[in-house]
Design a protein around this ligand. Structure first.
Ligand SMILES: C[S@@+](CC[C@H](N)C(=O)[O-])C[C@H]1O[C@@H](n2cnc3c(N)ncnc32)[C@H](O)[C@@H]1O
Length: 235
């Protein structure tokens, strides 16, 4: 099990924490439906429009190299959204067999054309795949959307389908400032905490794969009228 950032080359974006905090409770309710508003509605309710733009290509290359993926290998992307990473993995390793699992019918209906028919609808808690059947199982910013034991079950499922070959990325914070920014920003996460909390959960689930954190980095200049933060890949 290794801490490794496979999303190091995901573009960084500035976040407006104040705009997100306004109406946060109502926006959380909408976002947690994982419907059109979450993917293609206002920024306060999710992605603010999620279209294919190639941002996952360098990450797909890093994932392929990390897991030494070869044509014919099977890869699963759990919580794959519109299948953009799936599409890019198939582009960088032609012949790779990539499958996705998504809870959102909207995301499946609006997936990248190259992934049509490859995304199954379901929850990360129960993966409809045989044990030890994937060369890699990716789960990026997804299991934190499950609460309590459901989150542990999802981590166990990743280990089951790809023992020692998982990659989990989750929301986390290292100190009080990062926690406060996270609480202002969060829409859908139900389980969150410091890296040590996550490591304990991974141990409890018997997880032996790799992992990393999505952490909001707070701007040094907090005197600006708009409190901001940057991060990679946090909706
Ligand atoms: C923050 S997005 C991350 C999407 C993609 N993995 C990425 O990194 O861009 C969370 C995704 O997980 C999906 N999701 C939420 N809960 C889920 C669950 N219990 N099982 C499977 N997918 C889920 C959402 O619909 C959404 O597509």
């Amino acid at each position: 099990m290794a801490e490794i950032n496979l999303l190091a080359r995901y573009p960084r974006a500035r976040r407006n924490l104040i705009a997100r905090k306004l109406g946060q409770d109502a926006n959380k309710r909408v976002a947690r439906e994982f419907g059109r508003e979450y993917f293609d509605g206002a920024r306060e309710q999710g992605y603010g429009g999620y279209r294919y733009d190639g941002r996952w290509l360098p990450i797909a290359r890093d994932i392929a190299e990390h897991f030494k993926l070869r044509p014919g290998d099977r890869v699963l992307d759990i919580g794959c959204a519109k299948g953009f990473l799936m599409r890019d993995l198939m582009a960088v390793v032609p012949g790779l067999e990539v499958w996705g699992l998504e809870i959102s019918q909207y995301a499946i209906d609006n997936c990248h054309a190259d992934t049509r028919g490859r995304i199954l609808r379901g929850s990360a808690q129960r993966l409809p795949f045989a044990s030890d059947s994937f060369a890699a199982a990716l789960c990026i910013n997804v299991v934190h959307n499950l609460a309590g034991e459901a989150c542990v079950e999802a981590i166990k499922e990743i280990e089951r389908v790809a023992p020692g070959r998982g990659y989990i990325q989750v929301d986390a914070y290292r100190n009080d400032d990062e926690r406060d920014a996270f609480l202002d920003w969060v829409l859908t996460a139900e389980t969150f905490g410091k890296p040590e909390m996550w490591r304990a959960l991974f141990d409890r689930a018997g997880y032996t794969g790799d992992y990393y954190w999505t952490i909001l980095e707070i701007d040094a200049d907090l005197t600006r009228s708009v409190a901001g933060a940057t991060t990679t890949s946090s909706v």
